[in-house]
Write a protein that binds this ligand. Structure first.
Ligand SMILES: *Cc1c(COP(=O)(O)O)cnc(C)c1O
Length: 352
């Protein structure tokens, strides 16, 4: 214990309230649909996202895969940002298991594909081409420092999708961070998509699980897909109990994580040898650089912080560092990080 972990919000531990809820959870066999705690979580999540119903899955990766496989058949094409998580960080599951062809497009500084490019990427009905079937979106956008994408973009993409009979899946792993930054409700974003996933296990602090929310018709298919993937769990109420606490107690406080990221960013700007663009910090993810003239890099800084201060950060490139705020790293821990970073740079990354 006592490690201060800024690598990601996935490292967040469950809260005491979650552990208590898990220990006392009422359970049944969820494959039979008989776990009351899972059922309660699924309806709570669906309500929050403005969808008819929900499905508990083991991870965000499984949620994306279940959604994609529920909306497509083999040989369908999915239009997606080239650096969206489902393309870059999920083992190519959509192709490996779904036979879905990714059609990747460039993204702008907050993770948007250009609307005209999306429209141009939709294939005509011609046997030469894969069938365009799905558009994949993400919010907040991880590869763009967790940028929140405004609601209007979703409305515009929906129009294009409707013109061509395409479905939209939203990877909303951190949708509540995005919603907090945009000062909207998550369901205002989700209103424009067919399926939406979000992680219980990131900023919301639950130990396990993600939610997929959609219409009953889609979730019926998703149930089958989840079973095929081995994701049918039995007394999953133990997991769901923590998820319910996450939805009741942790969603509204994510605004604090976003504010703490700003606080951290302002502190970083005071440190000689560190470069960052504070404008890019919009939610809880912060990227910054150690100046290349320093003669040491991100890995040296990370080693120094771990060895001397028990602080963990994510090395994202030779000079690039990522830190993420979450429930367990508040202002006190941020101050410790800033002081330790100053020392690391003064000491030239030495003194491990
Ligand atoms: C974390 C994340 C996922 C995957 O979630 P896991 O639970 O780690 O599988 C998917 N999409 C985005 C944008 C993420 O940040």
């Amino acid at each position: 214990m006592n490690v201060i972990d800024f690598r990601s919000d996935t490292v967040s531990w469950p809260t005491e309230a979650m552990r208590t809820a898990m220990a006392g959870a009422q359970v049944g066999d969820d494959v039979y649909g008989e776990d009351p705690t899972v059922n309660a979580l699924e309806s709570k999540a669906a309500k929050l996202l403005g969808k008819e119903t929900g499905l508990l899955v083991s991870s965000g990766t499984m949620g994306n895969l279940v959604a994609i496989l529920s909306l497509t058949t083999r040989g369908d094409e999915a239009i997606a940002g080239f650096d969206t998580h489902a393309i870059t960080n999920e083992g190519g599951g959509l192709s490996v298991l779904g036979g879905v062809v990714p059609r990747v497009l460039p993204t702008d500084d907050i993770g948007r594909m250009e609307l005209s490019s999306i429209a141009a990427a939709i294939n005509p009905d011609d046997p030469h081409f894969a069938r365009s079937r799905l558009i994949l979106l993400e919010n907040s956008y991880g590869a763009r420092s967790g940028a929140p994408i405004p609601v209007e973009y979703f409305e515009s993409v929906r129009k294009i999708a409707d013109q061509h009979g395409l479905a939209i899946h939203l990877d909303g792993a951190r949708i509540f961070n995005a919603a907090a930054a945009l000062k909207v409700e998550a369901k205002e974003i989700a209103a424009y998509v067919d399926t939406v996933t979000f992680c219980l296990s990131k900023g919301l602090c639950a130990p396990i699980g993600s939610m997929l929310c959609a219409s009953e018709e889609i979730i019926n298919k998703a149930h089958r897909v989840r079973k095929v993937l081995g994701g049918g769990m039995r007394q999953a109420g133990i997991i769901a109990a923590a998820g319910i606490v996450a939805l009741e107690e942790m969603v509204d406080r994510l605004v604090e994580d976003n504010e703490n990221a700003q606080f951290l960013g302002r502190g970083l700007m005071e440190i000689d040898g560190i470069e960052l663009d504070i404008e890019r910090i919009r939610t809880n993810i912060i990227f910054f650089e150690t100046e290349s003239e320093l003669g040491f890099g991100a890995q040296d800084v990370a080693d120094f912080l771990e060895a001397n201060h028990n602080i963990l950060i994510d090395v994202a490139g030779v000079n690039r560092i990522r830190v993420v705020t979450h429930y367990w790293v508040g202002k006190v821990e941020i101050d410790k990080l800033l002081q330790a970073l100053e020392k690391a740079i003064q000491n030239g990354g030495e003194g491990k």
